[in-house]
Design a protein around this ligand. Structure first.
Ligand code: ATP
Ligand code: MG
Length: 152
């Protein structure tokens, strides 16, 4: 269970997130909808700790996340697929995937389930990430997030 309570975030003087509160139940799909520029990506960045929050709380499985670094949030079970994908363009597909497992104690290669979900990543595993098409990079960004074995 993820519980967000009264979250506030600013870019300089722009107040983007205003007392945002919601719960996300374990095992359910939760969708966030809103017009362009309303703050959806900003909210996700706040949940991951990629941008700082001004106030409010983020509780994940009973532990407070708002002061934790992004890598600690990944270890706690969160994963993040950036809207802009943020693939490492000069690393291979396989290397991009393995980076996603950096938080695991003993990462041992890319599990078959990732390649079953996204067969094109297996075919292109030795190709540079930056040479993939936009949609293929999107698959790679999702696969990389799954490599950390996120909860739920
Ligand atoms: N790094 C930044 N510095 C300053 N303002 C920013 C920054 N990133 C985003 N913003 C502004 O914050 C607001 C929210 O942006 P955000 O990217 O969260 O929107 P979004 O809901 O994800 O939009 P979209 O549907 O277009 O992806 C926008 O007005 C945007 O211009
Ligand atoms: Mg966005």
């Amino acid at each position: 269970m993820l519980q967000v309570n009264a979250l506030n975030q600013f870019y300089g003087g722009s107040h983007i997130l205003r007392n945002v509160s919601f719960d996300v139940a374990a095992g359910k799909l939760t969708t966030l909808l809103g017009r362009n520029g309303v703050g959806k990506s900003t909210l996700l960045k706040c949940l991951m700790g990629v941008v700082p929050t001004r106030s409010g709380s983020i509780q994940w499985e009973g532990q407070a996340l708002e002061k934790k670094a992004p890598y600690e949030r990944v270890s706690a079970g969160l994963a993040y697929v950036p809207q802009g994908r943020e693939i490492f363009p000069r690393l291979t597909v396989e290397e991009n995937l393995l980076i996603g497992a950096a938080s695991r104690a003993r990462p041992s290669g890319v599990p078959d389930r990732i390649y079953q979900l996204f067969p094109v990543l297996r075919t292109m595993r030795l190709r540079r990430g930056g040479d993939l098409s936009g949609g293929q990079q999107q698959q790679l960004a999702i696969g990389r997030a799954l490599m950390s074995e996120p909860a739920c």
